[in-house]
Design a protein around this ligand. Structure first.
Ligand SMILES: [Zn+2]
Length: 98
């Protein structure tokens, strides 16, 4: 179970204050954006969520809700083979799929 905002792959969720409203977002996945829904980490105040806080951004939820139905087999093998490899400094978590 993951109860904290950081995994071996990095941040899972972040708190972002945007135009005075603080929300919890899924973390951005490629380094270009602070959140999955595309908020900029330089224009907005980013911090770690407090323990127990849940993602409450509707856009992040919508992205997750629409993409969770895809399976590894829906993607080209060259993508999934690199995606599933753990980074060298992380331990395998027993989640490999083929
Ligand atoms: Zn979001």
């Amino acid at each position: 179970m993951r109860h904290r905002g950081v995994t071996s792959r990095g941040l899972m969720w972040v708190a972002i204050e945007c135009e005075g409203v603080r929300k919890i977002h899924a973390a951005g996945i490629d380094g270009n954006y602070a959140s999955l829904c595309g908020l900029d980490g330089e224009e907005n105040r980013v911090s770690l969520p407090k323990r127990g806080e849940k993602i409450d951004c509707p856009q992040c939820f919508a992205i997750w809700n629409e993409t969770r139905y895809y399976r590894p087999g829906d993607f080209a093998p060259e993508l999934t083979s690199t995606q599933i490899n753990p980074s060298p400094d992380s331990k395998p978590e027993g989640k490999e799929q083929d």
